[in-house]
Design a binder for this molecule. Structure first.
Ligand code: DX5
Ligand code: ZN
Length: 227
């Protein structure tokens, strides 16, 4: 398992945009294109206005790849479902600060770490960085959503989210913290450099990776603009 530092830029293909009639082949395509991390979007139809897949998909993917599995939970009660995602083979689990919990965000992060996995928190585009402050000492990753979560293929919300990303980077560096900064939504060759400039090092790419016929060259281009 690769554990890059926050100074390493990685392109993360997002399975949401893949052809699910051949999931195994799509995962292999991402790996062959050179992806080290794969992003998996779990949606519950309640926290977000869409339903995607659950632990069984993570488990299916886990069986076919050694890529690092970055699981983004867009669900309420992540703490209730947590064991299933851990058991399914997630390497990192990111939870939303805006979601409901039976326990709490803090307690959920603690349980992820106790299982020996990495943990992250995600911020909706309208949620300020300050909402992350209670958790910044306990996370491996901060996900700044650059679209309203729920769907792929939406435009990058530069004005609304880049100042927050920069604030998260400045705070991290001032405090000597190490969390990765991830952007998710509308990341293309023309938007990824903007995110990089504002501190991102993990770039989730759904449409921009799985959309083109030639994913290997899509990957190369994306990688070259954030290198
Ligand atoms: C959106 C998801 C994203 C999605 C991004 O709610 O969290 O991970 O796959 O898709 P694109 O890259 O197409 O904007
Ligand atoms: Zn996502």
């Amino acid at each position: 398992m690769t554990e890059p530092t926050h100074n390493t830029s990685l392109i993360l293909p997002s399975l949401l945009a893949a052809d699910w009639s051949k999931v195994g082949a799509e995962v292999a395509k991402a790996e062959q294109a050179g992806a080290q991390w794969l992003h998996l979007d779990v949606m519950d139809g309640a926290f977000v206005d869409n339903i995607s897949f659950g632990p069984q998909m993570i488990q299916t993917v886990r069986k076919s790849t050694s890529m690092y599995l970055d699981v983004h939970l867009m669900i309420h009660r992540a703490d209730h479902y947590l064991e299933r995602f851990l058991k399914a083979g997630a390497d990192n689990i990111t939870i939303h600060v805006e979601a409901n919990y039976d326990s709490s965000v803090t307690e959920t992060l603690k349980r992820i770490r106790a299982a020996g996995k990495h943990c992250g928190i995600a911020l909706h585009p309208t949620t300020p960085f300050e909402a992350a402050l209670p958790y910044v000492n306990d996370i491996d990753l901060l996900l700044v959503m650059t679209v309203v979560p729920g769907f792929g293929g939406q435009p990058f919300m530069e004005k609304e989210t880049m100042p927050k990303l920069a604030a998260a980077r400045d705070y991290r560096d001032q405090q000597g913290l190490k969390y990765h900064l991830e952007v998710d939504g509308g990341v293309y060759v023309h938007t990824a450099p903007i995110a990089k400039q504002n501190g991102a090092n993990l770039f989730v790419c759904g449409t921009s990776f799985f959309g083109p016929e030639n994913t290997a060259s899509a990957m190369q281009e994306l990688q070259s603009v954030v290198a």
